[in-house]
Design a binder for this molecule. Structure first.
Ligand code: GLU
Length: 381
């Protein structure tokens, strides 16, 4: 597809998630008040066109650290959590006041990864966001940093924004950052700026290499986490754009189809529940599967049977997400198991008809039913 046709599709997006990073919101830790007005103006202009917008905004830690009089952002986890608790109030208040000038209501939505891993909470968040959009309100989403410690966090709002794309079924994700987009190689100080990639049709190893980079002091994610977010969002059917949010009208330019930033084309689309399974849940264990089972999953869309499992790792309960890995440890698929870890260990390698005999009961022939299974590598589908 040509870059122009891709941009024309972006111009037609009805529901847009815009992620605003700390690099756009702050200058050396100080908030740039203009950003809030700029965002409000652009979002309201798009609302006038009948488009629905969800804002995912970072900045709580940066704003809170400044308000606490720290010259550096909080370093330890409790410091970051305290700073986020202080800063989130001012952050949302700043949006509320700027949007009010356009008579636009906003809502604060704080999400956590652990919460969204729970299917029921995920659906509740989805209902709330849909209701807010139906009411014409602009949700301002952030991670609830106060309750989320490192290992249970999204950690960066890039990945959170991709989950929000799934929650609201957006057709465009715009990640505003402080660089023009993805370059052919990471830009280095004192060296000429490498070439900007305008269109990514497929995420190749070259694209992965181009995204290796560093994160700044306030924001959590560098290009690598943005690329992860793009991978997840495009599997939801949302075009994704990385662009320079410090340039005038960045959001409007993308949403109106200008060649601005780096645009990623959508991949083969996963149903929302499978997307949640692949990108929002964390797995609790691993099932090592043999080549025959790997082929059945990958090429024939089959369920995983005990006969194809060679080893079981970790502790998991019925209904937990687990990874299916090949002999080299490469993850091929993820799914929700019908048996707990102890049970799978007892039925490894046996034909389905013998499950009843071995366990004394059966939860069905499949250890992971195909409806509860998703392939993690797009290229293998
Ligand atoms: N949730 C964090 C904050 O509001 C930001 C995370 C990120 O920068 O991606 O400060």
């Amino acid at each position: 597809m040509s870059s122009e046709s891709a941009r024309r599709i972006a111009a037609k997006a009805r529901r847009i998630v815009v992620k605003i990073g700390s690099a756009v919101l702050t200058d050396n830790g100080n908030v740039r008040p203009r950003v809030f007005s700029d965002i409000a103006r652009q979002v309201c202009a798009l609302r006038e066109e009948g488009r629905e917008i969800v804002v995912v905004s970072s900045g709580a830690i940066a704003v809170g650290s400044a308000e606490l009089g720290w010259d550096q952002p909080g370093r330890s986890i409790p410091e970051k959590q305290a700073a986020a608790a202080v800063g989130q109030i001012s952050l949302v208040d700043a949006y509320r006041r700027r949007f009010a000038r356009f008579d636009q209501q906003v809502a604060q939505v704080l999400l956590t990864r652990v919460g969204l891993e729970d299917r029921e909470q995920f659906l509740n968040a989805r209902h709330t966001l849909h209701k807010l959009l139906e009411l014409g309100v602009v949700p301002i989403v952030n991670e609830n940093d106060t309750v989320a410690t490192d290992e249970i966090r999204f950690g960066d709002n890039d990945n959170l924004s991709a989950t929000v794309v799934n929650l609201v079924a957006a057709d465009l994700l715009v990640i505003l950052t402080d660089v023009d987009g993805l370059y052919t190689e990471p830009p280095r100080k004192g060296q000429p700026t490498p070439e900007l990639i305008e269109l990514v049709e497929k995420i190749t190893p070259e694209i992965e290499r181009a995204a290796q980079g560093s994160s700044n002091a306030f924001g959590r994610g560098g290009m690598a986490t943005k690329l992860e977010a793009a991978k997840a969002a495009i599997r939801c059917g949302a075009l994704t754009v990385f662009c320079n949010g410090r340039k005038r009208d960045a959001l409007l330019r993308v949403a109106r189809g200008d060649a601005f930033g780096t645009l990623f084309l959508t991949g083969s689309r996963l149903a929302s529940r499978k997307h949640w399974l692949a990108f929002t849940t964390r797995t609790r264990g691993e099932l090592v599967i043999d080549d025959g089972a790997a082929r059945a999953l990958r090429n024939r869309g089959k369920s995983l049977l005990a006969a194809g499992i060679t080893d079981v790792r970790g502790r998991f309960a019925i209904g937990d997400p687990v990874s299916c890995v090949d002999g080299r440890g490469q993850e091929l698929a993820r799914g929700l198991v019908a048996y707990d870890a102890g049970e799978v260990r007892r039925i490894v390698g046996i034909p389905a008809r013998e499950i009843l005999q071995v366990l004394g009961y059966s939860n069905g022939d499949e250890v992971i039913h195909r409806d509860d299974l998703v392939l993690v590598q797009e290229s293998s589908e």
